[in-house]
Ligand binder design. Sequence first.
Ligand code: TYM
Length: 339
Amino acid sequence: KTRVLTGITTSGTPHLGNYVGAIRPAVAASRQAGVESFYFLADLHSLIKLQSPERVQRSTLEIAAAWLAAGLDPAHVWFYRQSDIPEIPELTWLLTCVAGKGILNRAHAYKAAVDKNRAEGEDDDAAITAGLFMYPVLMAADILVFNANKVPVGRDQVQHIEMARDFGQRFNHLYGEPAGKEFFALPEAVIEEHVATLPGLDGRKMSKSYDNVIPLSASREELKKLIFSIVTDSKAPGEAKDPGGSNVFQLYQAFAGAEETAAMRQAYADGIGWGDAKQKLFERIDAEIAPLRERYESLIAAPQRIEEQLRDGARRVREAYATPLLGELREAVGLRDLS
Ligand code: TYM
């Protein structure tokens, strides 16, 4: 079976970018024959950005509810919280000891933080934690601990998957070849081309860090208000508009089928007004997420049920895969097998 795995960092409220970039394709993949899915809440990753226990917990609950509301079935999919799997931080250390520091130096998130320091005249590494630097190794452990083959993600995560391949390959080479074994499958990123990066309200990538998100749980009224606040150019109704350069169009495309998208492209050429274009976008998104919003509300009202599902998922997936694999790996590197 092909193993499909993806996670979302629990550092905020789930938004449409997470939905179209990760949740929607992942839930669809989980329903295909011949697929075994692993979907999780990356709460260890959230500590890199957040030092607020309440917010980490709230976000964990909200993101879990978003997965379930989008149709994830915990009876068919391995669904768990990263920090419930102690084998993940343990594997992180084993990978840390084979990961090239030079590769980590090139990670986008770390480089962006260094560039920002330089622009502000600070030391390169001022206020950068070792956690931020090590982020890709923890992510590689998430993927390799379950030998995932395919990882559906937005474009911003592709570099991390390439690093996971690199670390897995190095480990295989160093410890597997002498033993005639291949410990890790090498993962591939899967990107939905038409929604690779969903723009936010201001046209930059939709992201918790930019405060430009449309929450997945937004009420109908909030959704409408947010959509009508999207930044556009000042072309009047009747003037032809450029779909390629428009956030409103890109969002539409992420929610519409090929035919609807083609029709909308024509409407842009014919000079649809921004008000109309936004109304159409609102209707399209609302039609897709209204049922989800309702399920989300009832799920979030019963956190205990979600908590049980997460614990149960972690217990079963550890027993099935993580604990025996770490036993093997410990032995391979010369440590005692605890399993
Ligand atoms: P995170 O939490 O930033 O985002 C979760 C997923 O949502 C996608 N995404 C987007 N896709 C399209 N357009 C957007 N505007 C947008 N914003 C977010 C992201 O690409 C991602 O797929 N490090 C990861 C979480 C993680 C992970 C993993 C993912 C931890 N371990 C192992 C896959 C496999 C992250 O911070 O994603």
